[in-house]
Design a protein around this ligand. Structure first.
Ligand code: ARG
Length: 267
């Protein structure tokens, strides 16, 4: 009796294994079959981006795909320049190092063109005009702009121009550095800090998404421009990106993508 029972158990386990193995293998060939046969292989463009920066680059909660203004723009640039896009998500403060180590061919990540960065990477022509803004809790009536931040606790994303600005605005030990901008904004919501310094369009989008307990105060600081970064001296890649960007601005595709994400004509 016991032997029979043991045998039955083993049989059930073996069957389970077979079923799960079939389940795994079964779906793969189907997916591969969906891809068109590659005849003339295009050169690959490996692009790094920190995909936690809506509406520029973020994960679509419904599909799990990367979406945003930068994502559409770099796809259009790759199509125009004849590249096959390989889009990779990575931490913002690792992008410059990844470019320097030639691990990626380009970075598009709402990255501000700054003189310091331009020493170590090359930038495309600017593709978006931006600036920094202070965000505080909606109930805060104390902080009205950059000038009220002395001695206040500020959350920022590591390696950003917002972080550099925070270092000018308050004492270093009052700054909390996060890997993602979302984390910095959540820290503000939770009352862990008094303010967040971040790119205006991103903090504005965050509030628009239903975070009414946060507000923006004061003026937008210093005009910033975003550029696509490439490793220093990669002139061929840079020229192709610039030529494609120019074409997209001329043929209306750039304006179409801009309107899709910002609901207005390009500035
Ligand atoms: N524009 C700012 C900078 O260049 C912030 C960019 C952050 N981008 C991102 N995808 N997290 O420093």
């Amino acid at each position: 009796m016991r032997k029979v029972f043991k045998f039955a158990m083993l049989a059930v386990m073996a069957l389970a294994l077979v079923v799960s193995a079939v389940g795994c293998g079964g779906s793969q060939p189907k997916e591969q079959a969906k891809e068109p046969a590659k005849t003339d292989a295009k050169p690959k463009l490996v692009v790094g981006s920190d995909t936690t920066f809506a509406p520029f680059e973020f994960t679509d909660p419904k599909t799990g795909k990367y979406i945003g203004f930068d994502v559409d723009l770099i796809q259009a640039i790759a199509d125009e320049a004849g590249y096959e896009l390989d889009f990779q998500s990575m931490a913002f403060d690792g992008l410059i190092a990844a470019l320097q180590a030639n691990q990626i061919d380009a970075a598009i990540s709402a990255m501000t063109i700054t003189p310091e960065r331009a020493k170590v990477v090359d930038f495309s022509e600017p593709y978006y005009k931006s600036g920094l803004i202070v965000a505080v809790q909606a109930k805060n009536n104390d902080i009205k702009g950059f000038n009220d931040l002395k001695g206040k606790k500020i959350a920022v994303q590591s390696g950003t121009t917002g972080a550099m600005q925070a270092e000018k605005a308050t004492d270093k030990d009052k700054i909390t550095y996060f890997t993602n901008t979302d984390q910095a904004l959540l820290e503000l919501k939770n009352g862990g800090v008094d303010a967040v310094i971040n790119d205006y369009p991103v903090s504005a989008y965050f509030i628009q998404q239903g975070n009414n307990d946060v507000k923006l105060v004061g003026e937008i600081l210093s005009a910033e421009e975003y550029g696509i970064a490439v490793p220093k001296g990669k002139t061929e890649t840079l020229e192709k990106i610039n030529a494609a960007l120019k074409k997209l601005k001329e043929n209306g595709k750039y304006a179409e993508i801009y309107k899709k994400w910002f609901g207005e004509e390009p500035k």
